[in-house]
Design a protein around this ligand. Sequence first.
Ligand code: HEC
Ligand code: HEC
Ligand code: HEC
Ligand code: HEC
Ligand code: HEC
Length: 228
Amino acid sequence: MANLFPRWTNILPLKLALFAGFVATTVVMGFAYYGTPKATRVGYMPDQPVPFSHALHVGQLGMDCRYCHTNVERSGHSNIPSAESCWTCHGHIKSDSPKLASVREAVETGEPIQWVKVHEAPDYVYFNHAAHVNSGISCVACHGRVDEMEVVYHAEPHSMAWCLECHRSPEDHLRPIEEVTNLGWTVADHPEVIVDGVPQRLTQRELGEMLRSQWRVQPPESCGACHR
Ligand code: HEC
Ligand code: HEC
Ligand code: HEC
Ligand code: HEC
Ligand code: HEC
C-alpha cells in the first residue's frame, strides 16, 4: 500500500512533543517564579512531639545555634540534635517533667524523637547550609527570629524567586561571620570603621558591599547551580 503521508511527517510527532514540552516547561517555570506557595508555606507551624522552645533555650539561656545544630557550618545539612544531647542537661534539670516524656522515652529506647520537619526543599533543589553560613549569611535571613519563637514556624517563603532575590543582591544581608548565629545583630552593632581618617558608621548596604568585594561573594544565578 502506498504511503498516505509524505516522508517528512515521520518526525512531526517528535516536533510536536518537543514543542509541548517547551510550553509545559515555560508554564511550570512561570508558575514556580510567580505562583510559589508563599501564602500557604509562610507561617506553617506543625505540632511537635515535645514543646521545645527556642525562645527559652536560645533567647533566655543564651545557647548558640551550633550547640545543637552542630553541623550547620560544616556540612550542607543542618542536623536536628539527638535526645542524648538534650539529656546532658535534662538528666539533671526537670528530668521528671511530663513535657520531657518523649525525650526520656527516646533516651531509654534509643528510638529518635519524631520531630516534624518545618522547612524542606524539594528533591530537585540543591541547598547547602555551610556555603551560606560561612559566607556571612545569618540564619535569620532564611528562618526569621528563631531565638524568639516558642514553636518554630516557616518565616520566609523559600521560593525560587526568594532565593534569587538575595543571590542578586547579597549585600543587603552580608555580615561578619562571627555574627551569623547572633540573630538580633544589626549593622548598628558593628564598630565604626575609619574612612579617610574619620570614624564612620556604615549602613547595611555599605558594610555588605565592603564584605562582598573583600570576600569576592558571587552567588550563582544559573539553573545548574540549584538544580543539579
Ligand atoms: C537546645 C538545642 C537547640 C538550640 C540551641 C537551637 N535549636 Fe533549633 N532546633 C532544635 C530542635 C530540637 C529542633 C526540632 C524541633 C522544633 O522544630 O522545634 C529545632 C528546629 C529548628 C529549626 C526548624 C527545623 C525544621 O524542621 O525545618 C530551625 C530553623 C532552627 N531550629 C534554627 C535554630 C537557630 C537559628 C538556632 C540559634 C539561634 C537554634 N535553632 C538553636 C534544637 C535547638
Ligand atoms: C544547656 C542545658 C540544656 C539543654 C542542652 C537542653 N535544655 Fe531544655 N531546658 C533547660 C533549662 C535550664 C530549662 C528551664 C528549666 C526550668 O524552667 O526550670 C529547660 C526547659 C525545657 C523544657 C520545659 C520543661 C518544663 O517542664 O517546663 C523542655 C520541654 C525542654 N527544655 C526541652 C529540651 C529539649 C528537647 C532539648 C534537646 C533538644 C533540651 N531541652 C536541651 C536546659 C537545657
Ligand atoms: C540561605 C538560607 C538559609 C540559611 C542562611 C540558613 N538556613 Fe537553615 N534551611 C534553609 C533551607 C532552604 C532549609 C531546607 C533544606 C532542605 O530541606 O534540604 C533549611 C533547613 C534547616 C533545618 C532543618 C533540617 C532538617 O533536615 O530538618 C535546620 C535545623 C536549619 N535549617 C537550621 C539553620 C541554622 C541553625 C542556621 C544558621 C546557623 C541556618 N539554618 C541558616 C535555609 C537556610
Ligand atoms: C539571604 C541571602 C541568600 C539566600 C536567601 C539564598 N542564598 Fe544561596 N547563596 C548566598 C550567598 C552569599 C552565597 C555564597 C556565594 C559565594 O560565596 O560567592 C550563596 C551560594 C549558593 C550556592 C552555591 C554554593 C554551593 O554550595 O554550590 C547555591 C547552590 C545556593 N546558594 C542555593 C540557594 C538556594 C537553593 C536558595 C533558596 C532556597 C538560596 N541559595 C538562598 C546567599 C543567599
Ligand atoms: C538560587 C537557586 C535557584 C536557581 C539559580 C534556579 N532555581 Fe529553580 N528553583 C529553586 C527553588 C528553591 C525551587 C523550589 C521552589 C519552591 O519549592 O517553592 C525552584 C523551582 C523550580 C521549578 C519548579 C518545578 C516545579 O515543579 O514547580 C522549575 C521548573 C525551575 N526551578 C527551573 C529553573 C530554571 C530553568 C532556572 C534557570 C533559569 C532555575 N530554576 C534557577 C531554586 C533555584
